[in-house]
Design a protein around this ligand. Structure first.
Ligand code: NAD
Ligand code: TYD
Length: 356
């Protein structure tokens, strides 16, 4: 028994691999291209661990994927690998089309060939679990009901459109070829190893450096935040008991406006690492809004609770405190990811964005 995990050196993938091997001896093969978002330091805790194999490679490389399936005969593929940042998809959508759509297609075809040749119990047990996002459902108005699994797909950014396309491919490979797929659509994650281009880690690392905290538009956009380890336990539950061909929404029942998130991070930093220059919130700066910015996401997570008994273990208060503390304790990790390429991104994204 083995899992093939794509994108396992990224934020959620690395938390999943660490979490998995923390609770099980079932081996994991991680396939990751180590883009700017992939970082082997996230998996440093597994160095020398015979249960983990790291393969540096691209999910668009069909021959490589086929050889990994043939060599390791995994009982499941857990597919995290993606380009994942909306702002980057606005600046350069091409990589999103390639990895998120062509990469998923390549994995599906390789998995189909592999699964078709299996027999008996191995064929029965095989699963392809596709990790997706609530952003495929588009934006909610203030009084709208939260996204259920039957909400229409209305993606608005190049990122969410590419993830929606990948979800459709996964659905079609089940419907047409019978590939035993599962899809999860999760809300915004936060926690350890989160690359500091996304809201929460960017605010923490900027505040620690005394830099501006850039809030887009009026800061009243709402996201439904989930601690990353709760996402991992949700994926484990779906892998273990999800019905083949079904999708499961995963969320934290935790809608918050961005400005409230930033103020919470500031209050925690004021408590845990007070800045002699003054309260952290003085750094909050309103900047030009993101083009096409979705106003509100909210997940209705009743299906996964009803069918699989899953609920998040963390509240936002416990999860965000752990997260801020993790960044305070891992200054070395933060320094390592703030490479030249990261600085180039900050200049591209925020350099010309005037304070609003
Ligand atoms: P991430 O950007 O932190 O990590 C992505 C990983 O994929 C990186 O390690 C990167 O090196 C790897 N990768 C990229 N292109 C690749 C390729 N062509 N071949 C092999 N590896 C490649 O992303 P994340 O935040 O960990 O998200 C993981 C998955 O979860 C994505 O599919 C994303 O759409 C989904 N998701 C993310 C969130 C969130 O809040 N971050 C919420 C819901 C769903
Ligand atoms: P992000 O972490 O990029 O996730 P997503 O766009 O996938 O939801 O952004 C979360 C929210 O925070 C989103 O509404 C955009 C906003 N945001 C800012 O206000 N300032 C920033 O510098 C960033 C990166 C995001």
């Amino acid at each position: 028994m083995t899992l093939l995990v794509t994108g396992g050196a990224g934020f959620i993938g690395s938390n999943f691999v660490l979490d998995w091997l923390g609770q099980s001896d079932e081996p994991v093969v991680t396939l990751d291209a180590l883009t700017y978002a992939g970082n082997l330091a996230n998996l440093a805790g597994l160095r020398g661990d015979a249960r983990h194999t790291f393969v540096h490679g691209d999910i668009c490389d069909r021959a490589l994927v086929e050889s990994l399936l043939a060599q390791h005969r995994p009982r499941a593929v857990v597919h995290f690998a993606a380009e994942s940042h909306v702002d980057r998809s606005i600046h350069g959508p091409g990589a999103f089309m390639r990895t998120n759509i062509e990469g998923t297609y390549t994995l599906l075809e390789a998995a189909r060939a592999h699964w078709s040749a299996l027999g008996g119990a191995e064929r029965e047990a095989f699963r392809f679990l596709h990790v997706s996002t609530d952003e495929v459902y588009g934006s909610l108005g203030p009084g709208d009901a939260a996204f259920t699994e039957s909400h229409p797909y209305e993606p608005n950014s190049p990122y969410s459109a590419s993830k929606a396309a990948s979800d459709h491919l996964v659905r079609a490979w089940h419907h047409t070829y019978g590939l035993p797929v599962l899809t999860t659509n999760c809300s915004n994650n936060y926690g350890p190893f989160h690359f500091p281009e996304k809201l929460i880690p960017l605010m923490i690392v900027n505040a620690l450096a005394g830099k501006a905290l850039p809030v887009y538009g009026d800061g009243q956009q709402i996201r439904d935040w989930l601690y990353v380890r709760d996402h991992c336990s949700g994926i484990r539950a779906v892998l273990a008991g999800g019905r083949v061909g079904e999708t499961y929404n995963i969320g934290g029942w935790n809608e918050k406006a961005n400005l409230e998130i930033v103020r919470t991070v500031c209050a925690l930093l004021d408590e845990l690492r007070p800045d002699p220059q003054g309260p952290c919130a003085r750094l909050i700066t309103f900047v030009a809004d993101r083009p096409g910015h979705d106003r509100r996401y909210a997940i209705d997570a009743r299906k996964i609770e009803r069918e699989l008994g899953w609920r998040p273990a963390e509240t936002f208060e416990t999860g965000i405190r752990k997260t801020v503390q993790w960044y305070l304790d891992h200054a070395d990790w933060v320094a390592q990811v703030q490479s030249g390429a990261y600085r180039d991104w900050l200049a591209t994204q925020y350099g010309a964005r005037e304070a609003a």
